[in-house]
Design a protein around this ligand. Structure first.
Ligand code: HSE
Length: 320
């Protein structure tokens, strides 16, 4: 018997203008997955879920339906067919959810990423982190019906990740400016990613696309320069935010509160209902967070949680 515990943190997809093509990881909170390997041979399934803590009974225990076990099954299949590793034993998996479900904080991606780094460690590191991202993306399809990579890729790799192409997958990691802090505020309400995607248009006018491209290019330039003022100016989303804002009670008041408190910019975290803001100091990030929480409570009567974090540079990791 051998046991390994993996950890992966919350991630923010889209980063305003980068719908489905840009995301970043923060350092906490995150999910933990403990995998135990044994020689036991079972006929039904090579991976079993022995328990989930912190989901209030909402997540499936069927290993083919739960993101964290599903990605491990995909990983085992891959190392058998591509690396010649024919593991015939059993892996039992225990998931500790610290991230709220349907929050826009990359909850399913964190569970999948934590499970994958732990499985890779258990099997003697047959895969690179870049390879693991493929399975983590498949996990997103199981969790919400869409294989977007803007949470899964930063959950595994850390930093900002730009998805230049999905087929073939081409990921570009962008290191974070040293003084960039993220404020994440999660109001106590749920918004399912599948629903938040269903309100989006299938086509957008060329004029809208041009605005979005301009901001994506500017945001990446702002991160690489680094130019904090440009980062703030580029945090504009004319594609998803206008359609999703009405799904988030208090959205406009909370965004305005972050800007008034001195944040560089603010938008929906992933598919919401959480909001993120960027600041160029930890102190400012806290002030923005306090103002955002106050605005959620005043304008929507919603309690919320708040985290302030630099961008996580290491991605999913082994805890023990
Ligand atoms: N890009 C995805 C979406 C992120 O906006 O639907 C989900 O967290």
């Amino acid at each position: 018997m051998k046991t390994v515990k993996g950890f992966a943190s919350a991630t923010v997809g889209n980063v305003a203008c980068g719908f489905d093509i840009l995301g970043f990881a923060i350092t906490e909170p995150g999910d933990e997955v403990t995998l135990t390997l044994s020689d036991e041979k079972r006929d039904d399934c090579q991976v079993s879920l022995t328990g989930i803590i912190g989901d209030g009974g909402a997540l499936p225990l069927d290993p083919k339906k739960n993101t964290s076990s599903f990605v491990v099954l995909k990983f085992l299949e891959y190392i058998r067919t591509h690396k010649g590793i024919d593991f015939s034993g059993h892996i039992s998996l225990e998931l500790k959810k610290n991230l709220p479900l349907s929050s826009g904080m990359g909850s399913s991606a964190a569970s999948g990423a934590a499970a994958l780094v732990a499985a890779n460690e258990l099997m003697g590191l047959p895969c690179s982190k870049m390879e693991l991202v493929h399975f983590a993306i498949e996990g997103e399809r199981v969790a919400c019906g869409s294989a977007h990579a803007d949470n899964a890729a930063p959950a595994i790799l850390g930093n900002f990740v730009l998805i230049r192409s999905y087929t073939p997958l081409d990921l570009i990691t962008i290191p974070s400016p040293k003084d960039l802090y993220c404020t994440l505020v999660h109001p106590h309400t749920e918004l399912r990613t599948s629903f938040a995607r269903s309100v989006l248009p299938h086509a957008i006018p060329l004029k809208t696309a041009i605005q979005q491209w301009g901001n994506v290019g500017a945001l990446v330039t702002g991160l690489l320069t680094p130019d904090y003022e440009l980062i703030g100016r580029a945090l504009v989303d004319v594609v998803a935010e206008p359609k999703r804002a009405p799904l988030i009670p208090g959205f406009f008041a909370v965004k305005q509160a972050a800007i008034d408190a001195g944040a560089l910019g603010c938008s929906i975290a992933g598919s919401g209902p959480s909001l993120f803001a960027f600041s160029s100091s930890e102190k400012n990030a806290r002030e923005a967070g306090n103002a955002m929480q106050h605005a959620f409570s005043r304008s929507a009567k919603l309690a919320s949680d708040m985290w302030v974090s630099p961008i996580c540079s290491e991605g999913a990791k082994i805890l023990s």
